[in-house]
Design a binder for this molecule. Structure first.
Ligand code: FAD
Length: 378
């Protein structure tokens, strides 16, 4: 039985781990010449850690991560809007939230699949579903015949766009910069995000004395003005934010800066198409406002693993997967898009009303929201 995975990102690599653990030997095709993680830091919330535990790799991942002890949302005068004690959440759910450098996560995932053949430089352009198999097509003119296809090639997936016409990424209305810097002198020990009139600026400590920061600013799509922003432009843009903002930017080198527009995918109604299954961002890309995109990709593969263990036809397992995953992934995408709109407000009256509302929210509402987030499909 041949199983091919398209994409060597978090979804593709964890899917390879899930298949391997369930007794299958998949092959993986990655477009990049080397499997190199693009990005900076990542939050791995308790739900993702639970999924990694199911896949048998929790300890290896958390060894490279750092426990997220709290998360504070502040206004631009550095006054708290909301405070989440993540350790309290951990005590309740018996599992911690972590932060990790994307490169460290990839390294761990890659090390778990020594027997999976990973072909790089193989950009998939589409697939032909034939009577007895699926022919996967590549940009270099080659093809690969497989019985089953796992599509994990991210938000721009050409296979998804063919299976679900019109499922093109949508622009969220804001653009983002991020980087990882040395935290030795900065000494920032708690994660926070500032919601201000010029956008958001957040910082998240990582293991090994590193700090991940991100900034989001309202924009039009692919705006060249922002695309050409340097660190000094960012410093000027955020000059009225608390002084640690300028300090973090001063410790960042221009070549460490990653810029991209924030995009997501309007929820689609199907992930399973016979012997083809969409997972990760290829199926349900979300904005990063809840820090759940990669977490949901990892949850996908934990659920897939569960279904593989039940045996029977893989196409039936794919359908059961879809049934278990649609509602939750749709909720995350929609809720995250809503949070983004609220967090990116720039009108002073809107900001005032929002901050007052969030400050007055009873703890029980916040607890209910977290409970929903951490209640996984497995
Ligand atoms: C600013 C920002 C911050 C984020 N923060 C968090 C966070 O804190 N926590 C969290 O859980 N998530 C976060 N996310 C989301 C997270 O990055 C994604 O959800 C996650 O990377 C999805 O993994 P994936 O493997 O499905 O897709 P991708 O990461 O997009 O990986 C797809 C892989 O497929 C390859 N590929 C692409 N096209 C092809 C092709 N045609 N053929 C073959 N291979 C192909 C790519 O090279 C890549 O290796 C954030 C996202 C952004 C933009």
């Amino acid at each position: 039985m041949k199983i091919a995975i398209i994409g060597g990102g978090i979804a593709g690599l964890t899917a390879a781990i899930a298949f391997q653990k369930a007794g299958y030997t998949p092959v993986d095709f990655e477009a990049a010449e080397t499997v190199k993680p693009v990005g900076a830091g990542l939050g791995l919330a308790a739900n993702a850690i639970k999924a990694l535990e199911k896949l048998g790799i929790k300890n290896k991942v958390v060894e490279k991560g750092r426990v997220l002890s709290s998360f504070t949302i502040k206004d631009e005068k550095d006054k708290t809007i909301t405070y989440t004690d993540s350790l309290k959440v951990s005590r309740e759910y018996g599992i911690d939230n972590f932060t990790i450098h994307r490169a460290a996560l990839h390294e761990v995932l890659l090390a778990q699949i020594p027997n999976v053949q990973l072909y790089t430089g193989k950009k998939c352009t589409g697939c032909m579903v034939q009577e007895n198999n699926i022919q996967v097509l590549f940009k270099d003119g080659s093809s690969f015949d497989t019985d089953y296809l796992i599509v994990a090639d991210g938000i721009h997936s050409p296979v998804r766009q063919k299976l679900v016409p019109g499922s093109v990424p949508r622009f969220a209305g804001y653009t983002c910069w991020r980087a990882v810097v040395d935290n030795t002198a900065l000494k920032i020990n708690n994660s926070y995000e500032i919601w201000g009139s010029k956008g958001r600026f957040g910082a998240v400590p990582l293991a090994g004395n590193q700090l991940y920061w991100f900034a989001t600013v309202n924009s039009t799509a692919n705006n060249t003005h922002f695309k050409n922003f340097t660190l000094s432009n960012l410093k000027a843009w955020f000059e009225e934010y608390p002084p640690k903002t300028a300090a973090i930017l001063s410790y960042t080198s221009d070549d460490a800066l990653i810029w991209n527009d924030i995009i997501d995918l309007k929820p689609i109604s199907k992930y399973a198409f016979g012997n083809v299954l969409l997972i990760g961002d290829a199926a349900h890309a979300t904005t990063p406002n809840m820090g759940q995109g990669a977490c949901q990709a990892i949850e996908d593969t934990a659920v897939l693993y569960d279904e593989l263990l039940k045996g029977g036809e893989l196409s039936t397992a794919f359908l059961r997967f879809e049934k278990r995953r649609l509602k939750r992934t749709h909720f995350i995408t929609n809720q995250s898009a809503r949070i983004g709109k609220i967090a990116q407000a720039t009108h002073p009256l809107m900001i005032k009303a929002r901050n007052a509302l969030f400050r007055s929210l009873p703890g029980s509402i916040k607890d209910k929201q977290l409970k929903k987030l951490y209640h996984t499909d497995f």
